[in-house]
Design a protein around this ligand. Sequence first.
Ligand SMILES: *Cc1c(COP(=O)(O)O)cnc(C)c1O
Length: 229
Amino acid sequence: MTIADNLHTVMGRISAAAEGAGRAPLAVTLVVVTKTIDVERIREAVAAGAAILGENRVQEAKEKIEHLGPLAPWHLIGHLQSNKAKYAVNLFDLIHSVDSIELAREIDRQAAKIGKVQDVLVEVNIAGEKAKHGADRDAVLSLVREVAQLRNMAIKGLMTMPPFSDSPEDSRPYFRHLRELSDRVAQEQIPGVSMHELSMGMSGDYEVAIEEGATMVRVGTAIFGERTK
Ligand SMILES: *Cc1c(COP(=O)(O)O)cnc(C)c1O
């Protein structure tokens, strides 16, 4: 199977999952995750229809973006350290991983310097796992309220990674919890805050995520194969 074949298979399954859940296929955006993937294979994916690319490390993304030029919009899907925020605001259309007010303030400060309003998602540690990044579920509403005060930043929704499992059904309750949390935040109608986007679902569980309301799925392995690094 080529990258194009895999990509088209994933796109077909996204559409089918959306339709099966009574949703419009266009309501789900595919973020093609290119971490560890070399630039030639990224080009191949874009030529086959990959419209948005996702990286989880700033430095790796920076090298690829400098090499590839303006190929497609890039999203940062991995954890961001505050000292990399100044690069991140230059590189990414959407940052999926804001999980503290300190990080948000630094992104805001760097975005202000370049006259940008940076779109972000708030990452939620939905299962309360010790080793995971993301805001605690109980802290999300107050974090959103604080971030909403920052002028060079716009919250577009929530992101999560459920606990690792081989069985996609294991992720369903976590996806549902994120959806419910998003609805709860949306009810508050905080000025400047949108809860339109729900970034959840990866190669193993994106169809379940779509059934539970994902508007963005982040898929790497199902398109490029197993990562070797
Ligand atoms: C690597 C990664 C993905 C993609 O995972 P696959 O299982 O390869 O599809 C999605 N989200 C994040 C945050 C990642 O780091």
